[in-house]
Design a binder for this molecule. Structure first.
Ligand SMILES: *[C@@H]1O[C@H](CO)[C@@H](O)[C@H](O)[C@H]1NC(C)=O
Ligand SMILES: *[C@@H]1O[C@H](CO)[C@@H](O)[C@H](O)[C@H]1NC(C)=O
Ligand SMILES: *[C@@H]1O[C@H](CO)[C@@H](O)[C@H](O)[C@H]1NC(C)=O
Length: 278
């Protein structure tokens, strides 16, 4: 019994060193901007902003900062943030552009090779009625420009919009097929434009900022794969007389719109894997 325990401790320790301490990516300061997907609540350690965590455990950015053992972690994400200044529920603050401006007001230059991760926002704009992607794309482009203007070194990661068109909220909506199609195509179009904004050979962010490591990471492939074996038609609930303990691990969604922490973990692993490829 004791021998087994000792084996487990040693094995567990060495495994976590290999998985969580990539030698080739040193993370001094990590800074996150985003919406409901990235909000880690008000109680999180480090410099955290936001309203609440929309998951049943850590969100992707918390996993990433742990995996990379970042020395400092700042998360500006707010639930309901739109790609511009406002929120789904009010217009005055918390949007991605507002977050970036707020941050830049206090940090004129980002020294010491920061890791900046932009979860662009935009999905919530589409929920509040935007019928084409042009405003969202323009907002994202301006946000990216503003961030790069203050970065003189480091790594700038931009995440693609998460396609939530298969979420339980959309499935339960009136006219759900039309909504699913509209959302799916707006998000796909935005992601196409984002690809162009970041990776264009002449005018892309990467080309214009050769002193930065710029990376566009597609989180949809990994999220879809992680969701494949899970229940996507309804969010998990424990209000169920027939509940068995294992069921908590079988649901892709925490609520109608937001993924469970299992999906966040897979997204985080994908981001870390990408960072190790530089
Ligand atoms: C970009 O930064 C400038 C000055 O720092 C600010 O006035 C402007 O509003 C910002 N634009 C966006 C879209 O965030
Ligand atoms: C997108 O919508 C805006 C108004 O919301 C409109 O001015 C613009 O022409 C539209 N663009 C396309 C490509 O349909
Ligand atoms: C998903 O979960 C709900 C609620 O627990 C259940 O009624 C439904 O049959 C499940 N769907 C699948 C495809 O397993």
């Amino acid at each position: 019994m004791l021998r087994f325990f000792v084996f487990f401790v040693i094995f567990g320790f060495s495994e976590s060193r290999i998985l969580h301490r990539p030698r080739d990516f040193r993370c001094g300061r990590m800074i996150v901007f985003g919406d409901s997907l990235s909000d880690d609540g008000v109680e999180a350690e480090g410099e955290s902003h936001g309203f609440l965590r929309n998951s049943n455990g850590k969100v992707w950015s918390e996993y990433v900062t742990n995996m990379l053992e970042c020395e400092r972690y700042t998360n500006y994400a707010y639930s309901g943030a739109k790609s511009g200044v406002g929120n789904f529920y009010f217009d005055t603050f918390s949007g991605i552009q507002w977050q970036v401006n707020q941050f830049l007001t206090n940090n004129k230059f980002l020294a010491d090779e920061p890791l900046v991760i932009l979860q662009t926002g935009g999905t919530i704009d589409f929920f509040s009625g935007d019928t084409n992607s042009s405003e969202v794309v323009e907002n994202i482009q301006l946000t990216i420009q503003n961030i790069t203007q203050t970065m003189t070194s480091g790594t700038f990661v931009i995440l693609s919009l998460l396609d939530v068109s298969n979420s339980p909220g959309v499935q339960a909506a009136e006219d759900s097929e039309a909504l699913q199609e509209r959302l799916g195509s707006l998000i796909a179009e935005t992601n196409r434009q984002l690809h162009h904004i970041v990776l264009d050979n002449d005018l892309g962010t990467r080309r214009l900022n050769p002193f930065l490591r710029v990376k566009l990471i597609d989180i949809n492939t990994i999220a879809l794969a992680a969701m494949q074996s899970l229940n996507v038609s309804e969010p998990f609930t424990h209000h169920n007389p027939d509940l068995v303990p294992q069921q908590i691990y079988r649901y892709a969604f925490h609520d109608l719109w937001n993924p469970s922490t299992i999906i966040h973990y897979q997204i985080a692993k994908e981001i870390v894997r990408n960072l190790q490829q530089f």
